[in-house]
Ligand binder design. Structure first.
Ligand SMILES: [Zn+2]
Length: 374
């Protein structure tokens, strides 16, 4: 077991080394960085092809054209503040909804809906539709109008549909014109000074949900944690609760009990072992979580502070994300989940993101493995 873990770590280390070379020689966007890590670590080229469709960016620009607009977009895309591209700090303020894109612009949340509901976005017929195409202001309230390419009833789609429906409950339209606002620090007006302040200030871009965004992780991980915390990931028990037939509802990792969010991430012997290994890696006391919320709160009780605490919290989210991946691979591709492989993934992905996004330039693999965070 120890031997195997060392081999997995060694392989992960080589993988990270190779990734680092690419990172240094190219200027990758957040999305490309993500896709690159995904492709290389797990060869998910198919998924990458779906995600790399850059033309659905909310700041459209043709790469072969130069000029002021093109330069502005380049700056917005390349400048990373508090671990996020600068362009993420603008948000649409919907009036009549005629000028803000429903899926591509951030308006309801600080991230575009296409990122929250990628499967629904895939079956949308008009990717560039405006908010007013999907929401009609009537005297009686808002009417929702959909235009799907086809009906898809996958489990992911169903849970995305639920999320979207509940998010849209908060949508408000008026007769006023749409506008854009700066959601960084300041009074809602974009200025160079506001950007400068932001660069020297840690800023939490998360919306007001209970789930706290980890600022050094890609959105994909944060969105996963956010959904899991609301019980909105398609576990067997969540599906049953929604009256969807599940042939075998037992946890695929231990075969013991019905699979729920709390079981999968805290009660399961597989995840218990992962948290044990993470405790000893991060040199903190073993912690015992009885619910997903306990798990997220654990960072407050393990005796860490400052940067190390932030990193530990992110590692917990990466841990959950990797456990979910391992569960999916076993369930859908019959790839037996192994604790040592999963812990290897958590360490290598964590390292990659911490080094590049958590503002710890001095971090190297050895320090990371000893959890020396300075
Ligand atoms: Zn289990």
């Amino acid at each position: 077991m120890v031997m195997k873990e060392n081999v997995a770590e060694e392989e992960a280390k080589e993988e990270v080394d190779r990734l680092e070379v690419v990172m240094e020689t190219r200027s990758l966007t957040e999305e490309e960085e993500w896709i690159y890590a995904e492709c290389n670590l797990w060869c998910e080229v198919v998924e990458a092809c779906h995600i790399t469709n850059r033309s659905w960016d909310f700041l459209p620009v043709r790469n072969n054209l130069s000029g002021v607009w093109s330069s502005i977009v380049k700056v917005l895309n390349r400048t990373v503040v508090a671990g996020l591209p600068l362009r993420r700090f603008f948000k649409g303020k919907v009036g009549n909804g005629d000028n803000i894109s429903f899926w591509i612009d951030p308006w309801l949340l600080n991230i575009p809906l296409k990122d929250v509901c990628p499967n629904l976005f895939r079956v949308e017929s008009e990717k560039r539709c405006k908010v007013s195409d999907r929401l009609k202001l009537l005297d009686s309230g808002l009417d929702r109008v959909w235009n799907w390419k086809r009906m898809v009833m996958g489990v992911e789609t169903i849970s995305e549909w639920e999320i979207l429906s509940s998010l849209l409950d908060a949508a408000v339209l008026s007769r006023a014109k749409d506008s854009w606002s700066w959601i960084g620090i300041g009074n809602g007006v974009f200025s160079v000074k506001a950007v400068r302040n932001l660069m020297f200030d840690d800023f939490d871009i998360s919306n007001t949900t209970v789930f706290e965004w980890s600022n050094w992780l890609p959105n994909k991980c944060n969105i996963f944690g956010w959904r899991a915390e609301m019980g909105r990931i398609p576990t067997a028990s969540a599906l049953r609760y929604r009256n969807i037939q599940v042939a075998d509802a037992s946890c695929v990792l231990c075969g013991d009990v019905e699979e729920s969010v709390d079981h999968l991430f805290t009660g399961c012997i597989f995840s218990a072992r992962i948290w044990q290994l993470i405790s000893s890696w991060c040199k903190v006391q073993n912690f015992f979580a009885f619910s997903f919320k306990d798990l997220l709160d654990s960072r407050n009780f393990v005796g860490l502070s400052g940067k190390a605490k932030d990193i530990f919290y992110g590692i917990i989210i990466v841990g959950c994300w990797c456990i979910w991946r391992a569960r999916n691979l076993q369930k859908f591709q019959n790839k037996h989940a192994k604790v040592e492989e999963t812990i290897g993934e958590i360490k290598s992905l964590g390292f990659l993101w911490a080094k590049n996004r958590a503002k710890i330039p001095s971090l190297n693999w050895d320090l990371w493995c000893k959890f020396v965070i300075m």
